[in-house]
Write a protein that binds this ligand. Structure first.
Ligand code: ADP
Length: 255
């Protein structure tokens, strides 16, 4: 186990979530979640549908505010009772399950939307970088000129990943990003994205239903259940020594 996978907050922690709660109406979705993630590691969050995984990612991204508790990124509070740093100031990439591309822009324009124009000023430089990003997600550069609705769901999802990678975020949040892809492409895309993120030292949090994905992709696995983290640790330990029967049953069922 990498020492960096311990979930105790330290000065090296990239992300520290402390006792966060969140309700929608009368439904308490997060009931006191604490999680610390070291820089550059990948955490997979697994858990039954409705347990609060997406809500937790949206709070980290800045699309929702916690009701109580705090979130720190890079040692700075981004959300607590008095502070709420907006999503676009958090240097965080987010890829939702459905990708959600801009329908009126071409594939290339969608990807280029994420680029820092100060770094990729000229049109040729933008085109080259867009082609590189499309290649990273196993898409032919020729797709740049197409419109999103000409692509399959799986292809659109890969464009969404390329757009998020274009921003070069320090923290990448992936919510079931590979679920729309068929089995072969899923593994290839996952490997390419994992390699890209690892090479850039990007801290990654992945929500997944796929145990193989959690085991192969993640340095640590967090099991979420009814709005709390039931267990967190090295993937092998979590899968071979679940902390309780409910976690064991979930992991056994989740294949
Ligand atoms: P998971 O990702 O584990 O499936 P979610 O975080 O998507 O869980 O949802 C947890 C619960 O919160 C669900 O019951 C869902 O219906 C509810 N929920 C999530 N977002 C909202 C919202 N914006 N308004 C009302 N309820 C919501």
């Amino acid at each position: 186990m990498s020492p960096a996978s311990a979930d105790t907050p330290t000065p090296d922690s990239h992300l520290i979530i402390d006792n966060v709660t969140k309700s929608f109406g009368s439904t308490q979705v997060l009931r006191g979640v604490s999680l610390s993630v070291h820089r550059g590691i990948t955490t997979a969050i697994v858990g039954p549908s409705g347990s609060g995984k997406t809500t937790l990612l949206r709070l980290i991204a800045g699309f929702e505010a916690p009701d109580s508790g705090s979130i720190m990124l890079d040692g700075k509070v981004v959300a607590d009772g008095t502070t709420l740093v907006p999503a676009h100031r958090r240097n965080v990439g987010y890829v939702a399950q459905d990708g959600a591309l801009f329908p009126h822009l071409s594939v290339g324009e969608n990807v280029a939307f994420g680029l820092d124009r100060r770094k990729f000023g000229g049109r040729a430089a933008v085109r080259k970088r867009v082609a590189e990003l499309l290649a990273m997600v196993s898409l032919d550069p020729d797709y740049a000129g197409r419109r999103p609705d000409e692509l399959s769901g799986g292809q659109q999802q890969r464009v969404a990943l390329a757009r998020a990678l274009a921003r070069e975020p320090e923290l990448m949040l992936l919510d079931e990003p590979f679920s729309a892809l068929d089995a072969g492409l899923r593994v290839a895309t996952r490997k390419a994205v994992a390699a890209t993120l690892a090479a850039a030292g990007v801290t990654t949090i992945l929500v997944t239903h796929d145990q193989g994905e959690a085991l192969s992709f993640a340095d640590q696995v967090a099991v979420m259940r009814r709005g709390v983290l039931a267990q967190i640790g090295n993937p092998f330990v979590v899968y071979t020594r679940p902390s309780d029967r409910e976690t064991a049953e979930f992991l056994g069922d989740a294949v």
